[in-house]
Ligand binder design. Structure first.
Ligand SMILES: [Zn+2]
Length: 64
């Protein structure tokens, strides 16, 4: 809940950029994360989801 609130506090334009700039180890490229949840992370919050291209698990830490 707290993590979700932190995430939503980020301006929408910036959130869109974060969603579209996630490293996928499998693709070896920057991809869009999909089907993600927001979880707490020591540095801020973390997006935990799947690569839009290959379905591999990807995460993205968003520092506060
Ligand atoms: Zn991928």
């Amino acid at each position: 809940m707290e993590a979700n609130r932190k995430w939503l506090a980020i301006p929408e334009e910036f959130r869109k950029k974060l969603i579209a700039n996630v490293n996928c180890m499998n693709c070896g490229d920057v991809v869009t994360i999909t089907d993600f949840i927001i979880v707490d992370h020591p540095a801020g919050v973390m997006l935990d989801g799947k690569c839009k291209n290959c379905g591999n698990k990807v995460v993205r830490v968003v520092e506060e």
